[in-house]
Design a protein around this ligand. Structure first.
Ligand SMILES: [Mn+2]
Length: 337
């Protein structure tokens, strides 16, 4: 079987699963797969644990329904979108491991070693800016007649969201954007309205606190920021880049469960041939209990630990070790008041 066998399925019950804390790209991708297969099959979307606010808004405006407690044994086929590691499946991980019928997978995260689907049933394009981008290319190539306005809008939403408004866009991103924009009468700002949410007060305060608590390091020309916060760690890490850091690691801890988010500027990534997912976050489970992964410029770790500081220090250590491959003499200085 190959990945395009998916398009030939009929009279099947298909469950499309995305990652926990599903974002706009995750939900849009799941919805595209559903639209693609629903005229010949019964298709449901399953999301583990939590859906973020922008994705919930998209679900409302695009009328996407999803089930947070699907019964896996009722389905004949699984399609996994926007993830390729069991860690990102959260509460669904065991059910997916036990699923012994066909599994297809579409993703753009750095490939993990613990593969969920067989390679021939997987389409992993690490260069794609979003899973919706690679789905668009897959559909254009294999079933162009299926492309309609809804698929175009969902593709655009996933792209805008996963590229942080085109900060990480490639040439393909703009090609797909222009093709998809041709399929809708809506303007760009109307499309943004489909998933935009006002920032909550708590989120803005969290980001300001993250800035206040930041430990600042300099290694050569690179500024690295470490911080701890109660919530919104990924937003805070992005905010620290806007303030001037080249790399930021921000952690949250509740009871003993920890989450660390890392963000890096693209110029830094290119300079040191760095991949935050592979060089830092996928290595953390060797030292701490948990799972790590993500993309070249944005990655995360979730696990259990007694101290955030130790994990943040390890992130630094792994980052510096990779930087030293290029600059062996590199020294690190901490800025204190
Ligand atoms: Mn994505």
């Amino acid at each position: 079987m190959a990945i395009d066998a998916l398009l030939k399925l009929s009279d099947k019950k298909i469950l499309v699963v995305s990652h926990r804390s599903a974002d706009v790209d995750a939900l849009a991708s799941a919805s595209i797969v559903r639209l693609l297969l629903m005229d010949k099959n019964r298709v449901e979307i399953g999301i583990p644990e939590h859906v973020n606010r922008s994705a919930r808004r998209l679900a409302e405006t695009m009328e996407i329904s999803y089930n947070m407690q699907p019964v896996f044994s009722e389905f004949d086929v699984l399609v996994i979108v926007d993830l390729n590691s069991y860690g990102m499946l959260g509460s669904f991980a065991e059910s997916v491991r036990r699923f012994n019928k066909p599994i297809f997978l579409f993703d753009h995260h750095s490939a993990s070693e613990d593969a969920i689907a067989e390679r021939e049933n997987s389409l992993i394009v690490e260069d794609a800016a979003s899973t919706t981008e690679l789905l668009w290319c897959f559909i254009r190539q294999n079933a162009p007649e299926k492309i309609d306005e809804q698929i175009a809008l969902l593709t655009i939403c996933g792209l805008i969201s996963d590229t942080a408004h085109f900060s990480f866009a490639s040439k393909d991103t703009f090609r797909v954007m222009s093709e998809a924009m041709e399929r809708t009468e809506k303007t760009f700002s109307e499309i943004m309205e489909l998933f935009s949410v006002k920032r909550e007060l708590s989120e803005r305060i969290a980001m300001l606190k993250a800035a206040q608590r930041t430990r600042i390091f300099r290694a050569g020309k690179t500024i690295i920021a470490l911080s701890e916060i109660g919530a919104f760690e990924s937003q805070s890490a992005s905010a620290l880049l806007h303030l001037g850091a080249d790399v930021a690691f921000v952690g949250t801890m509740e009871e003993k469960s920890v989450r660390i988010s890392g963000r890096a500027r693209f110029s830094f990534i290119e300079e040191y041939n760095m991949d935050l997912a592979k060089d830092v976050f996928q290595k953390l489970p060797r030292f701490f209990q948990g799972e790590g992964g993500g993309h070249v410029t944005a990655a995360a770790f979730t696990g259990r630990a007694n101290s955030l500081e130790k994990i943040l220090d390890k992130c630094m250590e792994l980052l510096i070790a990779k930087m030293k491959e290029k600059e062996p003499e590199l020294s690190v200085k901490e800025y204190r008041e």
